[in-house]
Design a protein around this ligand. Structure first.
Ligand code: ATP
Ligand code: MG
Length: 231
């Protein structure tokens, strides 16, 4: 798909189980809508861990168990990121992946966004069968500095074990193993229902279903183009 621009600012949240392809859809969307910015809460946390910051040390104890880090910490991290990267201005278009995860986080974020009149205007849930998700996780590798994701089966790096762009090493996420993954999935299912209800009440929730990222992507693009009138 060629690049496209948006007629009005898009402030999008992607919801979806771990491994549902939020990161993959994000990088594909950024190619179509190059003016859009994106951030994934998990990527910010993994960078903190890599940099051995105090937040990183704390976050890693939660992440390796598959538990969520406390709302207060994650909202602070993400809201500072939004402010520092000028996302709180009415003209910017952006996408959030992995945050908010709880209704409480959603309320704190909304409070901040509405004070700048930049509320979320689209929330899309990626609905992918669980069997597909489990298969993906086993084969997933990540380039931590960029958040780029590879899959040994569907999207292997050009050089085994190396990031395509920087040549730096790829790593396996410590929370991408069977036991921890099961816990993450269970947590996701428990928390997403109230979160979906919260956004459904604000009339911004949509769902896109499919077994592969190639099926989901055009549906997601159509949704955006229809509602945000790409020219
Ligand atoms: P995937 O990246 O496959 O979609 P995921 O959504 O479970 O899976 P990340 O978003 O990368 O993974 O998050 C990894 C971990 O970081 C989570 O298991 C959690 O411990 C922590 N984390 C990320 N975002 C949040 C959040 N909004 N609130 C609390 N903890 C978070
Ligand atoms: Mg992710």
């Amino acid at each position: 798909m060629s690049t496209s621009s948006l007629a009005k600012p898009l402030r999008l949240l992607l919801l979806g189980a771990p491994g549902s392809g939020k990161g993959t859809q994000t990088s594909r969307l950024l190619k179509v809508f190059p003016k859009m910015q994106s951030v994934a809460s998990g990527d910010l946390l993994r960078q903190q861990i890599k940099d051995k910051t105090s937040l990183g040390v704390l976050a890693s104890s939660y992440i390796t168990k598959g538990s969520l880090i406390p709302d207060e910490l994650i909202t602070k991290l993400l809201i500072s990121y939004l402010a520092e990267n000028c996302w709180l201005t009415p003209k910017s278009s952006w996408l959030l992946d992995g945050f908010p995860r709880t209704v409480n986080q959603g309320q704190i974020l909304d409070h901040k966004l509405s004070s700048s009149d930049v509320n979320l205007n689209l929330v899309v849930e990626l609905d992918v069968p669980e069997s597909v998700i489990l298969d993906r996780i086993e084969n997933r590798f990540v380039h931590v500095p960029s958040g780029r994701i590879y899959n040994l089966k569907y999207n292997p790096p050009k050089v085994p074990g190396r990031d395509d762009i920087t040549g730096e090493p790829l790593t396996k996420r410590p929370d991408d193993n069977v036991e921890v993954f099961a816990k993450r999935l269970q947590e996701y299912k428990r928390l997403v229902e109230p979160l979906k209800e919260y956004y459904a009440n604000k009339n911004v929730l949509k769902t896109v279903s499919g077994e592969t990222s190639d099926i989901i992507f055009p549906k997601l693009c159509d949704l955006i183009v229809n509602d945000f009138g790409a020219k």
